[in-house]
Design a protein around this ligand. Structure first.
Ligand code: C2E
Ligand code: MG
Ligand code: MG
Ligand code: MG
Length: 278
């Protein structure tokens, strides 16, 4: 048979590429025509202090339920939204939704809750992030210090001058800054020192092999020391079991989030947790 012949292989590849492209076009079209309020939701994943065990904040994570396609993961649709430019409207919708929720928590009394919002490279460099933040924050009576902008290490390192300038402007609004997925990119440490980050998030890939893998323990300890030496608090991502939590706590990590504590929760479920904590 001709199985494995070059002709047949390239035909398979073309078919794969063709169906990938069809899928991406379908997603792009669905994004362009989406009714945001109907199809998108912001879920909140709680974050806890490893010292006190208390709820210290949460991360806002976008969820999309497309009427025909069903649930689509952000790892799938964020790149498409970046490609077609929908990410800017979507980003403003997320921020508006988060601020509205924060306002309602504030109005119910209590100290409110810190919320981290993710921004991709395209959003960070290509849009009007600072203007959006200023404009939307201006419409709500919330403490800007409870809002946190989260960008990955690679975004912060991508275009150093532009990143530094934007980070400083965000900081001037009183908004906190967090560096996401730390350890997976290529940081210039001397440059990192000059950036006004408040929090460093240790990537899940380092947490996964705790506590068995000794070299992982060493790396995590080093990252925590680095964060602390640069004046940042350190949060571990993707904590899934008790042994990982203990190891991180012993290593002096400040905060953690992960399935061990809680999954990202729909607004009403997160609010229950918030009122129980308060
Ligand atoms: P991220 O910012 O690093 O978010 C952490 C991801 O890890 C989330 O996936 C979260 O649900 C997942 N996670 C949390 N704890 C655990 C755990 O214990 N185990 C495992 N296996 N996973 C855990 P999610 O929600 O699918 O989001 C994926 C990525 O999509 C995010 O990574 C972020 O880069 C991006 N994203 C999500 N929402 C937004 C958004 O509103 N805007 C932008 N620009 N990006 C977003
Ligand atoms: Mg994040
Ligand atoms: Mg992350
Ligand atoms: Mg990630």
């Amino acid at each position: 048979s001709a199985v494995g012949s070059p002709e047949q292989c390239s035909c398979f590849y073309l078919q794969d590429a063709y169906s990938d492209i069809k899928h991406l076009l379908k997603l792009e079209n669905a994004l362009r025509t989406a009714d945001y309020d109907q199809e998108f939701q912001v879920h909140y994943q709680p974050q806890f202090s490893l010292v006190t065990g208390k709820l210290v904040g949460c991360e806002a994570l976008l969820r999309w339920r497309q009427p025909v396609l069903g649930w689509v993961s952000p790892t799938e649709f964020i790149p498409v939204a970046e490609e077609c430019g929908a990410i800017f409207d979507l980003g403003r919708w997320v921020l508006e939704t988060v601020c509205r929720d924060m306002q309602s928590w504030h109005d119910k009394g209590g100290e409110g809750c810190r919320v981290a919002v993710n921004y991709s490279g395209v959003q960070f460099f290509g849009g009007h992030l600072v203007e959006d933040l200023e404009g939307i924050l201006g419409g709500y009576n919330i403490n800007p210090g409870l809002l946190q902008v989260e960008v990955t290490e690679n975004v912060a390192m991508q275009d150093m001058d532009a990143a530094s300038e934007t980070l400083k402007k965000i900081k001037e609004l009183g908004v906190r800054l967090s560096i996401d997925d730390f350890g997976t990119g290529y940081s210039s440490l001397s440059y990192l020192k000059s950036l006004p980050f408040d929090e460093l998030k240790v990537d899940k890939s380092f947490v996964d092999d705790l506590p068995e893998d000794n070299s992982c323990v060493s790396v995590v300890r080093s990252i925590i020391a680095l964060g602390h030496n640069l004046g940042m608090s350190v949060l571990a991502e993707g904590v899934e079991d008790k042994a990982q939590r203990s190891c991180l706590r012993e290593a002096g990590c400040d905060d953690a989030q992960g399935y061990f504590f809680a999954r990202p929760l729909p607004k009403t479920e997160f609010e229950k947790m918030l009122s129980d904590a308060g």
